[in-house]
Design a protein around this ligand. Structure first.
Ligand SMILES: [Zn+2]
Length: 68
């Protein structure tokens, strides 16, 4: 297969705190390599939440013509 390139748009993905609805969750510590669990904490109310195999904030890329 030949190498191909396309232009993409970076998208910041955040998770708004379920508890206070204002703060954004931020990753605290590293992912557990066995369970994939990543601890997060709200920057405003310090509410804690665990996500598996994903962390916030993160950057994803979308193609210029993709729907998002
Ligand atoms: Zn909060």
């Amino acid at each position: 297969m030949p190498e191909i390139k396309r232009e993409v748009i970076p998208l910041e993905v955040n998770y708004v705190c379920d508890s206070c609805g204002k703060g954004m969750l931020e990753k605290v510590g590293e992912m557990d390599p066995k369970t994939g669990e990543i601890k997060h904490q709200c920057m405003i109310c310090s509410d804690k939440k665990v996500f598996k195999w994903k962390s916030y904030p993160r950057i994803e890329h979308a193609g210029k013509d993709d729907k998002f």
